[in-house]
Design a protein around this ligand. Structure first.
Ligand SMILES: Nc1nc2c(ncn2[C@@H]2O[C@H](COP(=O)(O)OP(=O)(O)OP(=O)(O)O)[C@@H](O)[C@H]2O)c(=O)[nH]1
Ligand SMILES: [Mg+2]
Length: 205
C-alpha cells in the first residue's frame, strides 16, 4: 500500500535484574510485564519475562532475566553478567545491606566483561517504605554519579517509575552500542635517538 512504511523489526535486548534477596526484582518484572503486584513470590532459580516496548519511536523487545539474590548461585550470576546486554542493579531503601552488596557486584561485572561495555541503571526499590528507610536518596544518587549511570527510586507496589526503569536501560544500551569500540590506548613510540628528533618538535611555531 502506498504511503505506509513497513513496520520496523524490533531490536532484541536481554536485560538482567540483579540484587540481594527480597529487594523486589520479581515484583518489578511482574508489575512491568503483567501490570500486577505479586502477593506471593516463590523464589525460583531464574524467571524469564518479555515485553515489547517503544523507546524513541523504535520498537524494543525486552527479555528480562529475573535472577535470585541467593549468594550460593555465584557461577550462575557470572553467566548472566557475561551474557546480558544491560543490567538493572537493585537495592531496597529499607536495607543498607542490599545497597552495600551492589559495589562488589559491579566490580565483578567490570572484571568479567573486560573492555566490553556494560550498560546499567541503578534502582532503589520500595520507595513507599519511607518510615523504614536506611538508604538516603542522596546516597543512591551519589553512587550513580560515580558509576555514570541513571538512578531511579521506584515502588513496584504502586507501579511508580516502573516503566521508566526499562526505558532508561534501553537508552543506555543504545547509547553504548553507538559509541565507537574502545581502541587500545596507543603506546607512544620512543624515538631511537631522542636528540635527533626532539629539537625539531620543540621549536614548532
Ligand atoms: N512495600 C513494598 N514491598 C515490596 C515492593 N516490591 C516488592 N516488595 C515486597 O518485597 C518482598 C520481596 O519481593 P520479591 O520481588 O520477591 O524480591 P526478589 O528480589 O525477587 O527476591 P529473590 O527472588 O528472593 O531474590 C515481597 O514481600 C514483596 O511483596 C514495593 O515496591 N513496596
Ligand atoms: Mg525473585
Amino acid at each position: 500500500m502506498a504511503g505506509l512504511a513497513p513496520p520496523r523489526p524490533a531490536k532484541g535486548y536481554r536485560v538482567v535484574l540483579l540484587g540481594s534477596a527480597s529487594v523486589g526484582k520479581t515484583a518489578l518484572a511482574t508489575q512491568f510485564t503483567c501490570g500486577t503486584f505479586p502477593t506471593h513470590c516463590e523464589p525460583a532459580v531464574e524467571d524469564l519475562f518479555s515485553k515489547l516496548i517503544e523507546v524513541n519511536k523504535a520498537p524494543a523487545l525486552l527479555e528480562i532475566v529475573d535472577t535470585v539474590g541467593a549468594t550460593h548461585l555465584v557461577t550462575l550470576t557470572d553467566l548472566y553478567l557475561r551474557n546480558g546486554d544491560g543490567f538493572v542493579l537493585l537495592y531496597s531503601v529499607d536495607s543498607a545491606a542490599s545497597f552495600q552488596a551492589l559495589r562488589p557486584l559491579r566490580e565483578r561485572l567490570r572484571r568479567l566483561r573486560g573492555p566490553r561495555a556494560a550498560p546499567l541503571v541503578l534502582v532503589a526499590t520500595k520507595a513507599d517504605l519511607d518510615a523504614e528507610r536506611q538508604v538516603l536518596t542522596a546516597q543512591g544518587r551519589a553512587l550513580a554519579r560515580e558509576w555514570r549511570c541513571p538512578f531511579l527510586e521506584i515502588t513496584a507496589k504502586s507501579k511508580l517509575m516502573v516503566d521508566q526503569v526499562f526505558t532508561q536501560i534501553v537508552r543506555e544500551m543504545e547509547t553504548q552500542a553507538r559509541a565507537p569500540a574502545r581502541a587500545p590506548v596507543p603506546v607512544p613510540a620512543v624515538p631511537p635517538r631522542p636528540q635527533q628528533t626532539w629539537p625539531s618538535e620543540r621549536y614548532i611555531g
